[in-house]
Ligand binder design. Structure first.
Ligand SMILES: NC(=O)c1ccc[n+]([C@@H]2O[C@H](COP(=O)([O-])OP(=O)(O)OC[C@H]3O[C@@H](n4cnc5c(N)ncnc54)[C@H](OP(=O)(O)O)[C@@H]3O)[C@@H](O)[C@H]2O)c1
Length: 257
């Protein structure tokens, strides 16, 4: 039984992807455009957004910084003016830098919080009243398997992704009676600018296009949690069940931390 209304026909659906200038967001935007959706792409890099629109006619670019709540509210008004409705809003903006406790940088910790979590609140604040008034639509938050449990070198990134997962569960429970779908996307490793600086082996690494394929399939199946690739994420889900002593030992053994 699907947990969300199934989205398998994208023709004329209005989709707003925040964090769509590169990587997973851009690949998902491109795939949905190919399936007939009307796409709005947002991020800071206006040149990359305009290049997307040129390559995907009929799309709309709205450049913004997710930390700017007024800009997010104005963008939502622009989306609604464009086609009169919003069918899916995907929060895909993200910032990541490996950071170890004892070597922490408060400015960068707060930037992770701002981009990965507070920006999602700005999107919700702008979009939820419109979705509730419509009585349909879908909110999708891109978190990460890094939010499942504590990991070494993840003190900046991991907690923001755990917060998004928690937020998504709460939104699901609150918004289901309003006919609004909510999903959380937990990718494993994907080769994008975000992970380009990683100096360790990334198991089961995917291309952004593969990630987009999993995401679109997840929406078509009405999933609440869309996690991939399963050959990687199912191990992490199993580790989630371990008592702390076993979990810490297993993480130390596999990461050498
Ligand atoms: N790659 C992975 O292995 C992986 C795994 C799990 C989860 N994720 C998550 O997937 C999402 C997409 O990441 P990605 O891997 O595709 O990396 P990416 O290509 O670097 O994409 C990040 C996106 O966020 C946007 N962004 C960053 N700061 C922003 C700001 N202040 N305002 C507006 N937009 C901002 C970037 O655009 P501008 O720079 O143009 O603003 C870009 O479009 C992120 O939430 C990430 O945490 C990635």
């Amino acid at each position: 039984m699907p947990l969300n209304p199934v989205i398998d026909d994208w023709r004329d659906r209005v989709v707003w992807i925040v964090g769509a200038s590169s990587g997973i967001g851009r690949a998902t935007a491109s795939r949905l455009h190919g399936l007939g959706a009307a796409i709005v792409v947002s991020a800071r890099n206006a040149a990359a957004l305009n290049e997307f629109v040129t390559a995907h006619p009929g799309s709309l670019a709205i450049a913004l910084d997710v930390g700017d709540r007024e800009a997010m509210a104005a963008a939502l008004r622009q989306v609604l003016d464009w086609r009169g409705r919003l069918d899916l809003a995907m929060y895909c903006a993200g910032h990541y830098r490996a950071m170890r406790a004892g070597d922490s940088d408060l400015d960068d910790l707060l930037l992770h919080l701002q981009v990965n979590y507070v920006g999602a609140l700005h999107l919700l604040d702008a979009a939820l009243p419109a979705l509730i008034a419509q009585g349909h639509g879908h909110i999708s938050l891109v978190a990460s398997v890094a939010g499942y449990r504590g990991l070494p070198h993840a003190m900046a990134y991991g907690p923001t992704k755990a917060a998004l997962q928690h937020l998504a569960e709460t939104l699901y429970l609150d918004l289901r009676p309003n006919g609004i779908g909510v999903s959380v996307i937990n990718p494993g490793f994907v080769a994008t600018p975000l992970t380009a600086g990683n100096r360790f082996d990334m198991p089961a690494l995917l291309t952004p296009e593969q990630a987009a394929g999993y995401i679109v399939r997840g929406w078509a199946r009405g999933r609440f949690e869309i996690h991939f690739p399963k050959r990687f994420t199912l191990w992490l889900k199993l580790m989630r069940l371990l008592p702390h002593g076993w979990y810490f030992a297993a993480v130390r053994r596999t990461t050498g931390a």
